[in-house]
Design a protein around this ligand. Sequence first.
Ligand code: NAD
Length: 497
Amino acid sequence: MAKTFQNFINGTWVNAKSGKTFENRNPANWAEVLGTFPSSSKDDVDEAVKAARAAFERWRLVPAPHRGDILRKVGDLMTARKDEIARRMTREMGKVLLETRGDVQEGIDTAYYAATEGRRLFGHTVPSELPNKFNMAMRMPIGVAGIITPWNFPMAIPTWKIFPALVCGNTVVFKPASDTPETATILVEILAEAGIPEGVINLVHGGGGAVGMAIVEHPDIDLVSFTGSTSVGKKIAELAGKSLKRVSLELGGKNAQIVMEDANLDLALDGVLWGAFGTTGQRCTATSRLILHENIYDKFLSMLVAGVKKLRVGDGLKEGTHVGPLVNEGQREVVEEYVKIGTDEGATVLHGGKRLSGGEHEKGWFHEPTILVNVTPDMRVAREEIFGPVLSVLKVSSVEQAIEVSNNTKYGLSSSMYTQNIGYAYTAIRDIKAGITYINSPTIGAEAHMPFGGVKETGNGHREGGWTVFEFYSEWKTVYIDYSGKLQRAQIDTEGT
Ligand code: NAD
């Protein structure tokens, strides 16, 4: 009998008002139902927002260092449960245990970082242009934050948003992806256990169309932080624009690893195998394109094929698995469709290209790690996000051409160049249009204390992570304190002072 999970509203675990539910299944074995979750609607969102709004009036007055102390406890609880959470995460979304442990660790790092930020949240003091007057600007909480997240980093991404939102004094209504409701539930359990007061964190499970939209449209939600596809991000921006809600969008990517003729090829090989096929290619920062200098093209491709042949595809819970399943049936179909689009456009499958079935693969959404060659920059497989274990390889003859090809996409999240040449490296850092550039490491590997996000259609200019995320979750209040005892008029009474 599958376990029944609930929403968390105003400090209480509750069913959806409609009583409707949905099932959560294991992508490595779709016959295994992991639990049933509330299929919520606007009514449930209304309840959650009501609770969050009331709680905001209390939470905003809790000193930020105390809010941070609770998050430190959250980090401690996550640390104690790290392996258990990782196993449950692998079971519900498929990536291998090594990676789900990393996902939890990113949440832990984010908790400790946010905890210390409770003792900073720096403002500014600035001299006044008038005598006996004091100027400062300080951060204020904003209100109720609507948090909408994808399934590929089911712990890390929610923590990137929820922890800074909370430490800044906001309350939260959280809608996780319906492919990963269990990990989201664990996170909220931990927040409650650590002492987050009732109403401050609210969890509403369900679909994007019903719950996600209701959050975006709700007049009492002040800000929305969304990570997901560019198509949904655009819809959210449009809707939120109507009420001038503050919106942070972290969207798709089509990231490239460039390997120059002077690169350390063994290092570049390790990088691309990890970047392209880690998380089964389902990272926003996944290496989806490999741009090779013509001088090392043939040699590197044969190294690559030999490396990919060693990757073991299977259940992420099993020791020795390198590549897990796709998250669901639809995602595997997208991958198959893109392999066909590529070959129809003239690309060649150098390795893989097919779904895996039979034996241990029979009941999971498995697909072979796939390499496409003879790819040209104008092809869809060179420009569009696939979100699966498919690597499109392109050939170039100079650093300028490599960067031009790397930039030839509507996205701009991550990028990488392997080279020993300092001139190439700095040219890449300056000219690649992406939010993140790695030199001599793969396109994946964000650290919690650094800004994270992209340019072009990868987002709308905000950054998660690091010190930058606190900008999004707080509003500046400018304060002037005049102790001169008389009316002083800025810009007018400054002469002669
Ligand atoms: P998705 O856009 O389908 O869904 C993301 C979330 O939005 C889910 O919770 C979903 O239920 C919800 N949603 C769907 N439709 C909605 C709507 N109309 N209104 C409000 N909410 C709605 O994306 P996904 O398939 O879960 O994730 C994969 C995508 O996320 C990829 O494009 C990937 O690149 C992107 N992603 C980006 C980053 C980043 O930081 N840039 C990180 C991870 C994933």
